[in-house]
Design a protein around this ligand. Structure first.
Ligand code: FE2
Length: 393
């Protein structure tokens, strides 16, 4: 059964956040819990959201907690704060971590703690087991400040808990019911962070194209997302506060988030998740290095018709556009340059093999396949040396 899952409402464009209060008021909201990290809390977008809610007569409670790598304990603590506030909607402002932790908090609130028992479980070689999460959740509003795609689906990733692998939660009941795409969001972030986050969205589009759960719907969402993000990328790498480019990239991120909701991610993300757990490499940083390695591996190993389909759906010039944006913004050119030791590769491969993204591929992927991709990404040539001066010839 193909179930089409998209958000119910999107507010987009300049001053979108200012319209949020009125939109929530129409839905009968009287009290909102606004969750964000301490850095986001002081930004104009967060101020705009709070003012919009208050102007609409909505009572605002705030939870300011930040963790670049959110844990199950963070989500349970946030659930207790939300319960204490008695809110009837939660507004998460921030990147993937902030939105993910809000989703898992809402699962904890409705389904009960410990929340870890509601995580998806996956054993390599077998289908993932999705727990049935039937309790009604509080509605979630997402105001993304990055291009994480978390705004487009009900997935949340957490560390901590009983196992060392990244835990994934999945519940369409916590997929944001309103998404606010305001070009003001995240425009204070620097070029490297902006480009790294855009490449995270590119990786979502690419992963979906070789997902075993892919459908014409997820293909269409991923292809359009890739087209828009590759178009915005050169402009974002020059000026991350370019409002038109941010709007384009925000839509690309949302489309990729919807694509994930309908097909989930693959081995590229399994490796990226393991790089966080084992190497402490932030999620968004790995993609500039991993993308050329994972795309090359898939083009070489997919059955010919699938490889052709993947090649046709990658926007023209991706081989140049992606490394150029990474190089121009100073992102590391290899996993080695990102600080990962060679001895850590085996552990990264082991964790990635146990991530359910690996089991979501069209092709069966072995631990050795992952090591091949990792070796390519670890050892990629360092930044190309500047062209030799030829003036003295
Ligand atoms: Fe991602």
């Amino acid at each position: 059964v193909l179930r089409l899952s998209l958000s119910s409402a999107v507010l987009s464009g300049p001053a979108a956040a200012e319209r949020l209060g009125a939109a929530l008021c129409e839905m009968g909201t009287r009290s909102a819990f606004v969750a964000c990290g301490p850095l986001t809390h002081a930004t104009p977008i967060a101020q705009g959201v709070r003012e919009s809610l208050r102007a609409a007569g909505i009572r605002v409670a705030e939870g300011v907690r930040g963790s670049a790598v959110p844990t199950i304990a963070d989500a349970e603590a946030l659930a207790r704060e939300i319960a204490g506030a008695g809110a009837d909607v939660v507004v998460a402002i921030g990147g993937g971590s902030a939105i993910d932790v809000a989703k898992v908090a809402l699962i904890a609130l409705a389904e009960g703690a410990p929340v870890e028992r509601h995580a998806v479980s996956y054993v390599p070689g077998t289908p993932p087991v999705m727990p049935r999460l039937a309790a009604t959740k509080l509605p979630l509003v997402a105001v993304p400040t990055t291009f994480s795609g978390s705004e487009g689906n009900g997935s949340g990733l957490m560390r901590g808990g009983m196992v060392r692998y990244t835990r994934s939660f999945r519940d369409d009941g916590v997929a944001p019911s309103i998404v606010v795409l305001d070009p003001l969001a995240g425009r204070d972030q620097d070029r490297a962070m902006t480009v790294a986050s855009a490449l995270n969205a590119v990786a979502h589009g690419v992963d979906v194209l070789y997902s075993r759960a892919r459908t014409p719907l997820s293909d269409a969402l991923a292809t359009e997302s890739l087209r828009r993000m590759l178009d915005a990328l050169p402009r974002l790498s020059l000026a991350p506060d370019d409002a038109a480019a941010r709007t384009e990239a925000q839509w690309a991120s949302l489309l990729a988030g919807y694509a994930i909701r309908n097909a989930y991610v693959g081995v590229h993300h399994a490796i990226a998740h393991a790089l966080v757990s084992v190497g402490g490499i932030p999620h968004r940083v790995a993609h500039a290095v991993l993308l050329p390695a994972t795309i090359a591996w898939h083009l070489a190993h997919l059955p010919p018709a699938e490889a052709r389909r993947l090649a046709e759906r990658l926007p023209d010039g991706w081989e140049r556009t992606i490394p150029a944006a990474a190089r121009e913004t100073g992102l590391p050119p290899s996993l080695r340059a990102a600080g990962l030791s060679e001895t850590a590769l085996e552990r990264v491969a082991d964790d990635a093999f146990h991530d359910r993204g690996t089991g979501n591929e069209i092709l069966p992927i072995s631990r050795d396949d992952i090591l091949t991709i990792l070796a390519h990404a670890w050892n990629r040539h360092a930044r190309r040396a500047p062209m030799e001066q030829t003036a003295n010839r």
